[in-house]
Ligand binder design. Structure first.
Ligand SMILES: [Zn+2]
Length: 166
């Protein structure tokens, strides 16, 4: 899916908060400002009342480890990312109704935290969706999924650190 000017599939820059933060693309409230690794790291540091200027991907791994060790702020920051992932994926489902959605990137190592949030949002927002729990899978399960024989449409990139294949 390329579209005119090779610009199709930029779901990371679709609006998810009407009066949200200003994005580098010029829009306000872009999905990636709320669901990317960077957003998760910023959320975590805001909860800790600290500032951050390092590598979001490296920091994400630390935050996921902290969550596994019971850090409530890390758990909360990651769950909120799951919620925003669910909202954005709901929009994709309504737009193109994919057979499956495969989510990749470091965030998938916190699958037990994000998956329930993703599913909750989709169930509350996509009324015609029947089998949502079988539709959303992490990259690590892709090879094992019997659903991956279906027609798939690859979107190049959603936002930094993540890939979503539909
Ligand atoms: Zn944007």
């Amino acid at each position: 899916m390329q579209g005119s000017y090779n610009l199709a599939g930029q779901f990371g820059h679709t609006t998810i908060e009407a009066d949200g933060r200003l994005c580098v693309c010029g829009n306000r409230g872009c999905w990636e400002l709320y669901a990317s690794n960077h957003a998760t790291v910023q959320r975590f540091y805001a909860l800790k009342k600290k500032s951050f200027d390092g590598s979001p991907i490296l920091e994400m791994q630390k935050i996921i480890t902290a969550a596994f060790n019971g850090d409530e702020d890390a758990i909360s920051a990651i769950r909120e990312t799951g919620r925003y992932l669910g909202i954005g994926i709901s929009n994709i489902i309504k737009g193109i109704y994919p057979a499956i959605v495969v989510l990749g990137g470091v965030i998938t190592s916190a699958w037990d935290l994000i998956y329930p949030e993703i599913i909750k949002e989709i169930r509350s927002r996509v009324f015609f969706e029947q089998n949502v729990s079988r539709k959303i899978i992490p990259t690590s399960l892709k090879e094992r999924s019997s659903l991956v024989g279906a027609f798939t449409l690859a979107i190049k990139e959603i936002f930094s650190g993540y890939k979503i294949t539909i």
